[in-house]
Design a protein around this ligand. Sequence first.
Ligand code: APR
Length: 242
Amino acid sequence: MLYYKQRAIDQIVILTGAGISAASGLATFRDTGGLWENHDPMDIATPEAFARDPDLVYRFYNERRQQLRAVQPNVAHRALARLQQTVGQGVFLVTQNVDDLHERGGSEQACHMHGELQSMLCRHCGQRQRALATFDGKTACPACGERGGLRPDVVWFGEMPHDMDRIEAHLADCDLFIAVGTSGAVYPAAGFVQLARHAGAITVEVNREASDVAGFFHHHYVGCATDQVGLLVDELLAARVG
Ligand code: APR
């Protein structure tokens, strides 16, 4: 059994955002001005942009997938993995990030509510499969052989996030909710802290600065995730009984 601030903790939900991967060198969305090839990523990550200029959108995600190959998970990813390995089923990790740094940092469970760069979806056969390093509208789907159907398996603005029922079930049952490196600017993830509080959970924010929903958190670890997440995990594991 874990204890946090003298309270028994059975179920933990952890939400991560771009801030946990920033220290690995991956740009966040709102910190850096986020302009890519003179386009705002917010204008590219949409079904309308894909319909309007598919090659621009394919290029954007191919370039982010290439960038991912050059970066490594950091100590914050590894600290969360250590918590998951030690506590087991009592930790549910949900991430807004589409990178694979949680998995490469040792997490065996990570719910990608916004999809994954390393996955691609064929609109002809519906198959989700490991993304090719680069692909576009002329690439044949490895599953069905059709061309013109492959798209990045990433949730665009206006599309439904993945696994919301499962996420909400974990939030309704959690005793501790931890948000790491997210601005609280985008729903539904920004509303998770309120669902956790409604369930009676203790809520903790780890961020370099106050997020848009900072007021809903009981405790704040202010600083870089690579410093703060390890401190929090050590605090939780030091108070473990049995
Ligand atoms: N350590 C801790 N926090 C950090 C660090 C760091 N090294 N660097 C940045 N941050 C924090 C910033 O203070 C900010 O609150 O991470 C957050 C990054 O916010 P965003 O760029 O808005 O990223 P995120 O919250 O993940 O965005 C949510 O919006 O654009 C959509 O789908 C996209 O998943 C994304 C979603």
